[in-house]
Write a protein of this length. Structure first.
Length: 219
């Protein structure tokens, strides 16, 4: 007669329950580990963390100023002007703004301030000359303003010898002054040799008259 195997004792119900719960927990952990990276990444354009954006600082323009100031003459009675030249250069443009352009050449006229009554002077050369009949004497004349004089000046030469007199129109001189010009005077062929011609240069402007005495010897 063979001996009968002893029956195995059954595990208590509480131990089986804990084993099942442990298996379920391990399965959940494995599934979560496999799907978590895809959930964090998300679909394109959604859920993904944006990359860091670097904003460059605004560029600061460098401005160079070059100014040239010439010496301004202070002679009274003549127009005085001064010239200022400025150069502006932008080495680094500012985003969204137009580049700076160069600025050159500004001229300003300084108003003349009279220190007395306005007037003018006239110089002429030669004051005395010798020429043959039919010859020519060239007179050099200069009109200069005094105390901001700015009127036109009309000029003429009146020549006299014995009972003969002749007037020569030299025209009108306009400002600005000083104004220089020449006038060639032809000796009439009717004059005799040895005659002395007395001439008067008359200049009129702004209610003022100036006279210069001239002498011409006919050879």
């Amino acid at each position: 007669m063979q001996p009968q195997p002893e029956p195995r004792p059954e595990a208590p119900a509480g131990r089986r329950t804990r084993a099942i719960i442990g298996i379920v927990v391990v399965a959940v952990i494995l599934i979560a580990a496999a799907t978590l990276p895809a959930l964090l990444a998300g679909p394109p354009g959604e859920g993904a963390l944006p990359a860091a954006v670097t904003v460059p600082p605004a560029a600061t323009p460098t401005v160079v100023l070059e100014t040239t100031l010439p010496t301004v003459p202070t002679t009274i009675g003549r127009p005085v002007t001064s010239t200022v030249t400025a150069t502006v250069q932008a080495t680094t443009p500012v985003p969204g703004e137009a580049p700076l352009s160069a600025v050159t050449g500004t001229t300003a006229a300084v108003t003349c301030v009279p220190q007395g009554e306005p007037g003018f002077t006239v110089t002429v050369s030669p004051l005395e000359a010798t020429a043959a009949r039919g010859g020519t004497v060239t007179y050099h004349m200069t009109v200069e303003a005094q105390n901001c004089f700015s009127d036109a000046v009309t000029m003429k030469i009146t020549a006299s010898v014995l009972f003969f007199s002749q007037t020569y129109d030299l025209g009108t001189q306009e400002p600005p002054y000083p104004k220089s010009f020449e006038y060639p005077l032809t000796i009439p062929g009717s004059l005799f040799s040895g005659a002395t011609v007395k001439g008067v240069l008359t200049s009129t402007g702004g209610g003022i008259t100036r006279e210069n005495q001239l002498t011409l010897h006919v050879s």
